[in-house]
Design a protein around this ligand. Structure first.
Ligand SMILES: [Zn+2]
Length: 372
């Protein structure tokens, strides 16, 4: 593992020896067996059918019209900084709403829901001066999602439900300067990202996540820090856990914000064993087709897609209906491009239900996960 990581990250021997010689904390056999078992099961299921990921958490939370007071709850009533808009915090202050959104997506046919932890790093939480809450936010978000997943699995054992720990890109980039007058400046270092991601990963796993989903990647270096952190945790705990990696194409030329094409992105993250690679956000379903075609042609991993409900209108809202989106997802299926499909910004349980009904009639794209 360390050798693989060395090839992948081009790290100095010294750093890797530090990682490799770290003492492994005691882990119960049961915990390891469960995680390992989950990986096998998801791999097996992926060969049998196309899995459905949930839709947007943010879009659903907007419907609750939570006020500043709602975001604060009793616990943070006296917090000295504004908290409205800190959706991850709602896992602590409005946990019933979070559970309800997960429940709606599972009921709509999702196999996998994402934890409410898109901004759950010390780097992103610094906006709210809530760095010290990061472990608890991730742990509780995973615990809530897992509890709802278990409810559905108990009712429908033929369709087990899974929880993907959502790991967002943070609001900083390690490979580009935010200052046009100082191109060498970086707002965050690889090591700062790695440490922050490691904390998030540990809490997501402790809370019961079955999968880790590194998503909305606009800067591949940020994603590599997250993947490196995951590998560290896997080694330290002597566990395995399925990893989904999902980038985002941000411009019409088909590149990520850090300038990579779909193929370059794939090559950058292909040196570690992952469950799936794909794209999400930024574009609508149809716009992702050419980029998914590249991935599908060039990887043996699973391919995932969770696009937005079209492109936003002038008010930043998403107008695409469930039927309109499903009609475009059909092209993915007709071309056998994906193994996991769901929705990002603007999607709702109606969109996921339309997608879930559609995928039932299709066989999954061939994958060779046993080679990883
Ligand atoms: Zn999105």
């Amino acid at each position: 593992m360390a050798r693989l990581s060395a090839v992948f990250f081009g790290f100095s021997k010294q750093v890797l020896q530090t990682v490799a010689t770290k003492k492994m904390p005691h882990q119960s056999l049961t915990h390891n067996t469960i995680l390992y078992g989950t990986m096998k099961r998801i791999q097996d299921i992926l060969k049998e059918r196309i899995l459905v990921l949930d839709g947007a958490m943010g879009t659903m939370l907007q419907r609750y019209k939570f006020t500043e007071e709602d975001f604060r709850g009793k616990r943070f009533a006296d917090w000295e900084h504004p908290l409205q808009g800190n959706n991850d915090l709602l896992s602590l202050t409005q946990p019933e709403a979070i559970a309800e959104v997960h429940r709606k997506y599972f009921a709509a046919g999702a196999d996998i829901v994402e934890t409410n932890t898109f901004s759950g790093t010390t780097i992103a939480m610094a906006d709210y001066f809530m760095e010290d809450l990061v472990y608890e936010l991730n742990y509780e978000s995973a615990r809530i999602a897992k509890q709802v997943a278990d409810e559905f699995t108990a009712k429908e054992p033929h369709k087990p439900r899974f929880v993907a720990g959502s790991i967002g890109p943070t609001n900083k980039t390690a490979s580009m300067s935010p200052d046009v007058n100082d191109p060498g400046f970086r707002g965050v270092t690889f090591d700062e990202l790695r440490i922050a991601y490691k904390q998030q990963v540990e809490a997501l796993l402790d809370g019961g996540s079955d999968i880790l989903l590194v998503e909305t990647i606009f800067d591949t270096l940020n994603a590599k820090a997250a993947l490196f952190a995951i590998e560290e945790v896997k080694e330290e705990r002597n566990i395995d856990v399925p990893i989904m990696v999902s980038g985002t194409i941000t411009d019409a030329s088909g590149r990520t914000l850090s300038g990579q094409t779909a193929e370059a992105f794939l090559i950058s993250i292909s040196h570690i064993p992952i469950l799936s690679v794909g794209f999400n956000c930024a574009l609508g379903a149809s716009q992702l087709v050419p980029h998914l075609e590249v991935l599908a042609a060039k990887t043996d991993f699973g391919v995932s897609a969770h696009p937005n409900a079209g492109l936003p209108n002038a008010f930043g809202e998403y107008d695409e209906t469930a039927e309109q989106m499903a009609a475009q997802i059909k092209e993915y299926l007709d071309k056998s491009l994906v193994n996991i499909v769901g929705g990002c910004c603007g999607t709702t349980p109606e969109h996921i239900n339309a997608i879930a009904n559609l995928v039932k009639d299709y066989k999954p794209r061939n994958i060779a996960l046993e080679t990883v």
